[in-house]
Design a protein around this ligand. Structure first.
Ligand code: FPP
Ligand code: MG
Length: 343
């Protein structure tokens, strides 16, 4: 998948361009393209360190892309109030820097070789560099927050980072009974993924001069979108393929990570094969393939997608209090992208 110099291979880039066109069209329709470009330029500018090594690894990370959904949501949330790019750009960049930091550290913890079709930082350099680059991004995020005009923004992101770390260290311990598994899964998902979407939306609304009730509404919107986003991520691990995802599919089962499609499949089948895979967590590839097929035929992925759509409907409900506008419609359209994405 990755080329020797760490660049993504051409097939992956072509697929990303084709799929990315959905979100890029949305950004264009939302008149966000230029402002997101400014966020991107800021991320690249901030990546230039006095250390050549940090600069190289940071630029490698920023250039490996991502959809910039969290930044876009911060900008759109600000547009629900009184919008000035200079008031929200630092809050939008903070979300992307925290996200980048968490992924560099996540790949280090998981010892993942690739993300988004690119070789990961700890693989291209080493574990120490990945640890330091993640820390460097956190420091950059803190610096951006300090430039945000509204002091509430730093509290939103500080709370989110605390929650992400707590969530990351809260495994889903058991797949059965479903009630226990679901409670652990939704706690973890809310903490490790949704908390940052929530903070980005709250920060954007605060930067747009929103009051407490508006900030709370945007926070709930972001949280619900974040849950849906992670559910789709977990579904794609069963339904996607490596070329499209830019990382190996089936990794969750391979690592014994219990996610929503598996919980639902086990609830409906009580399958001994699925139980065995969860217990062993290091089954051979043919067993993993059989387990994936079983989750799919049991409707585990479909049931999880239905749950993601319920969260999206709930997310959109939080926008009811805002008058119709291009920004509000774009926040609604963005939820469609979240549930329909293929990578
Ligand atoms: C990706 O999830 C990982 C996260 C959403 C959070 C990772 C957080 C940490 C490593 C803690 C350090 C971060 C902070 C903010 C202090 P995933 O592993 O399910 O998805 P993947 O398949 O894309 O890796
Ligand atoms: Mg991971």
């Amino acid at each position: 998948m990755s080329t020797i110099d760490g660049g993504p291979d051409k097939r992956y880039v072509r697929q990303r361009v084709a799929q990315g066109s959905g979100i890029l069209d949305l950004f264009e329709r939302a008149s966000l393209t230029a402002d997101l470009r400014a966020v991107e330029d800021l991320l690249l500018e901030r990546s230039r360190s006095r250390s050549e090594l940090i600069t190289a690894a940071s630029i490698h990370t920023v250039r490996s892309g991502g959809k910039r959904l969290r930044a876009a949501m911060a900008l759109l949330a600000a547009q629900l109030g009184s919008y000035q790019l200079s008031n929200v750009i630092h809050a939008a960049a903070s979300a992307e820097l925290i996200h980048a930091a968490s992924l560099v550290h996540d790949d280090l913890v998981d010892q993942a070789a690739r993300r988004r079709g690119r070789v990961t930082v700890h693989t291209r350099w080493d574990n120490d560099v990945a640890l330091m680059v993640g820390d460097y991004f956190f420091a950059l995020a803190a610096a951006e927050m300090s430039l945000s005009p509204d002091p509430r923004i730093i509290t939103f992101y500080a709370a989110a980072v605390q929650t992400i770390v707590e969530g990351e260290l809260s495994p889903v311990m058991q797949a059965e009974p479903a009630e226990t598994a679901l409670s652990q899964y939704f706690y973890k998902t809310g903490a490790k993924t949704a908390a940052l979407f929530e903070a980005a939306c709250k920060a954007g609304m605060a930067a747009g001069g929103g009051g407490d009730a508006q900030i709370a509404a945007l926070g709930r919107y972001g949280f619900d979108v974040g849950i849906a986003f992670q559910i789709v991520d977990d579904v794609l691990d069963f339904t996607g393929d490596e070329d499209t995802l830019g990382k190996p599919a089936g990794n969750d089962l391979r690592q014994g990570t219990i996610t929503l499609p598996l919980i639902y499949a086990l609830e409906s089948t009580g399958s001994p094969l699925l139980r065995a895979v969860i217990e062993q967590s290091a089954a051979d590839e043919s067993v993993i393939d059989a387990a994936i097929a079983e989750v799919l035929s049991a409707g585990g992925a479909d049931a999880a997608m239905a749950e993601a759509r319920r969260y999206i409907a709930q997310a959109i409900g939080n926008l009811d209090a805002f008058p119709n506008s291009l920004a509000r419609q774009s926040l609604i359209d963005l939820t469609e992208f979240v549930v329909n994405r293929e990578s």
